[in-house]
Write a new protein. Sequence first.
Length: 60
Amino acid sequence: MMKTEQTCAKCGSEFRCGNLANDTMCWCMDLPSIPPEALSQFQGCLCPNCLKLIAQELKL
């Protein structure tokens, strides 16, 4: 069974990955699309708070 809890590559907090958990829709689908180059410095997924902050910084 695949682990559905992930560790944020930016802040280190634990969060649930709806995609890995086979949820109907993951929380990340509610966020604006962030350009890949804005995330290229990170290895792995980011938590909801970090993704929201990056989207705000990019004025998305």
